[in-house]
Design a protein around this ligand. Sequence first.
Ligand code: GYE
Length: 317
Amino acid sequence: MLAAAITTFTGCDKKADTQSANPQGGGKKLVVGFSQVGADNDWRVAETKSIRDEAAKRGIELKYDDAKDDMSKQLAAISSFIAQGVDAIILAPKVETGWEPVLKEAKAAKIPVILVDRGIKVSDESLYATLIASDFVAEGKMAADWLAKKTGGKANIIELEGTPGAAPAIDRKKGFADGIAAFPEMKIIAAQSGDFKTAKGKEVTETLLQKHGKDVTAIYAHNDNMALGAIEAIKAAGKKPGQEIIIVSVDAVKAGFESMVKGELNCAVECTPLLGPAAFDAVDMALKGDKFDKKTVVQDRVFDQSSAATELPNRKY
Ligand code: GYE
């Protein structure tokens, strides 16, 4: 704690120098720290690429940190960016809570923090400049609506949840539950976290199929990678994914589209990871002191096997 406090003050001093020299003052390159939660699914890799490409396009120096899914590493990365006196920080937070102390450090050092892709819970909203993300409750609802239509309102569902405590896991669960509430014969018979990862999605599905095998008619996965893992588990159990078990997920990454074209994944609700341009626009505005919305909601669409083949060539991630 003490070390962090000291580095904050050092960061403060450096900040003053850097700011007078950054493009707002006309001079040196802008330096932005990007704290990414991890790199082990297609969505996250695409998001990192979008942010890297946009930084390069704008001639911004990007300091990148991959926290490898470890919250303490992510907190340390933010402290380190502050200590280095970056001009701004882009943060893709792992979970909703636990950010207050480090964001207070950033605020004290006058370093704006732009949240991308996942929201957080803090008592003081001035601790971050803005959030750029999808509406995850709406995504869950779209998945439920699609499944209700497909199954005529009758399904025994396994839910593969994202990382516990992460905004998309919490909100996609809520949106889906709201969506199926109107259908008494749509039931979630088991729900477990697959941590947004293919291997974990496969492992969890294997276990749940052993337990509930005969009853399962649908899977709702909070992201494509877990759905792809589930598809492997379904095949290994000798069942036909996409036919005997209907699978709906969120993200709509290329691999998800390919699976839909093969007739395996049934539906993918889009969640765009291409947040680089909006993130750096927000960095610019924050550094200029412009007033802007606390949240920018990214609009998502729904794709299924009927549109997958036509759309696949247009997909950018
Ligand atoms: O759906 C998932 C990732 O936070 C919106 O997290 C993001 C989600 C995305 O790991 O694949």
